[in-house]
Design a protein around this ligand. Sequence first.
Ligand code: FE2
Length: 346
Amino acid sequence: MAEGTAAPGHVLLVGPDEAASEWEALLSSMRWQYTRYPSPEGVLLRLRDSSDVDLVVLVPDAAFQPYAKLCRDVKLDPRTAFVAVVFLLPPVFFLPVIGPGCRAKIFASGADDCIQLPAPSQEIQVRLSNALHSKKATDSLEDATSVITSLANAIEGRDKYTRGHVERVSAYCVELGQRLDVDEADLYALRLAGTVHDIGKVVVPDFILNKPAPLTEGEMQLIKRHPIAGCDILQPLRTLQIIRPLVRWHHERPNGTGYPDALSGSDLPLLPRIVAVADFFDAVSTARPYHPAYPPDECRHMLQHAAANGDLDADAADALLRILGNPTFEPVAAAGSLPPVKATAP
Ligand SMILES: [Fe+2]
């Protein structure tokens, strides 16, 4: 592997020397930093380990399938899906090796562009620049998610009783979503909502969050504003629209006694029901200003009781009981193993 000069874009140039070497001069002329890989081996790990790569340029030889697989793996992994991937398709004499419909296969693998060679250098430069531009635009969207999750963590930090709460709720949400067969986009929403669901507590004064005594009616009303406040905070953020219902409705109850909208039955979707179950369980199983951490058996009993009353979704509560019955599940460890949140939903 060889390093080029520092530049506004960082490219992994993947292909055997005889196929890829001519593109080094092109990338150098564009002042992009590049790293050479002679084959797809090791590229995915490199992308997972570091977020400094903007673009992967694949220059396949006769062994085409490993390149298509790499592209598919990059695009399916939430940790790397935001990296742009461009194929430089070999000249036509390679096509019998690759087979008919190769361009369709390349795009089906998730590639951002496929440039048939030979092509004018100027066109290649423009199309690589376009792919890089798209990736940079995605990065700026990711910033919105990073800011909002940082804010959520900062707000959690104000409440000395809930340290680690959002990570555990996020881990429970993902586990529950997998048990309840939600799709990838909904798993993404659950994971993010687990972190962000209480962001509206920014409107609640510290002395109320940390009050070691029962709240007054007025204080309780102030606390109950946090789901709508959180939903309003997310309103201008286009990439976070998918989690607004989860933030707004995480204190709703299937029996209609929750807040702020008193939804019930089919009006209350599954995803906020899942967040509510995760939030409830973490609240009873950890110490709060107004109660100690309840013992595990009592937490399970409280979960069953709440589900029987219609305060929690019965299917989600049952799924959590099964998760808790797995001796290998550890919510903090599970939260730590989650990939970082990206703005691009699967
Ligand atoms: Fe809440």
